[in-house]
Design a protein around this ligand. Structure first.
Ligand code: ARG
Length: 283
């Protein structure tokens, strides 16, 4: 297992222009906008935890007016060594983000690889490594064809997993790689065949409960044995609510993980939590 102090760097984008301006997944409701000051507080808490407590190097992408979902850098693409596999967003409202991601990666000397025109691919939001195998969430945002493209380019096995519930529209909303042998997954988000793929290929696939899945328990950031998750319910819209992902936290503690508790209520209004807000650059 990766040690907590291994060098790791992430790309994040501050939430200056973040809000709910369109509806492209069942969580988004334009009449339930994000509270800007609270979103800022929650994002700052994540930034502080990553940089000050967990020793992560954080690179920042400049926020851009009119691109409210640019905060979800997990969807920029997939980084593999010095290559950046760009996303092609399914929804037109997010396609304008691409030029900003491309610019950042060019300036940082990555080789940019574009997906062929024939399909959509939404980056690390749908592409997660478990050891040397890449699992690809397909059917809602990313197309199955992206699996063949990535397998040929990466020279690693790529396993498409069929997503069937629109609430869990990206793989990182229902599947989380803990290390090369263990994952968290929410079974009902996957077709029966894909549930079998997960159970067959991954030695220890831990099924999470619906209540924890709906609180974005699988959308966690894993750094060695440290996990950042939406577990703190204290500052939701200024009100106090119950702690979240209680049963999942217990399971993770038994598995030897330390869970860092943050509140992502304002980002969940857009269908994203901890993991969606970061893109792995190194580590
Ligand atoms: N509102 C964004 C969308 O629907 C949220 C993206 C969340 N990102 C993720 N990796 N799950 O595209």
């Amino acid at each position: 297992m990766r040690a907590a102090n291994t060098y790791m760097s992430f790309l994040l984008c501050p939430p200056n222009y973040y809000n709910i301006e369109y509806e492209i997944n069942p969580w988004m409701d334009k009449s339930r906008g994000a509270i800007a000051s609270l979103a800022r507080q929650q994002w700052d808490a994540l930034y502080r935890l990553l940089t000050q407590t967990l020793g992560i190097t954080v690179h920042l992408l400049d926020p851009i007016a009119g691109q409210p979902d640019l905060v979800f850098t997990a969807n920029a693409g997939l980084v593999f060594q010095n290559q950046f596999f760009m996303s092609r967003f399914r929804h037109a409202v997010r396609q304008g983000e691409t030029v900003y991601y491309e610019k950042w990666f060019r300036e940082h000397h990555f080789q940019i690889v574009f997906p062929p025109d024939a399909f959509y691919f939404e980056g690390e939001g749908d592409a997660l490594w478990v050891g040397n195998n890449l699992f690809l969430g397909c059917g809602i945002r990313t197309d199955h064809k992206a699996a063949v493209w990535l397998e040929e380019a990466l020279h690693h096995p790529v396993y498409p997993l069929e997503l069937v519930d629109p609430h869990f529209y990206h793989l990182d909303t229902c599947f989380c790689s803990l290390d090369s042998e263990r994952v968290l997954y929410y079974p009902n988000a996957f077709s029966a065949a894909s549930q079998r793929t997960i159970q067959t290929l991954i030695p220890h696939a831990i099924a999470i409960e619906e209540a924890d899945a709906l609180q974005f328990g699988a959308n966690a950031i894993v750094i060695g044995n440290q996990i950042v998750m939406n577990t703190d319910g204290t500052s939701t819209a200024g009100e106090t609510s119950a702690a979240r992902c209680v049963s999942l936290t217990k399971t993770l503690n038994q598995e030897g993980f330390v869970v860092h508790s943050l509140d992502f209520s304002e980002f969940i209004k857009s269908g994203g939590s901890a993991k969606c807000l970061i893109l792995k650059i190194e580590g």
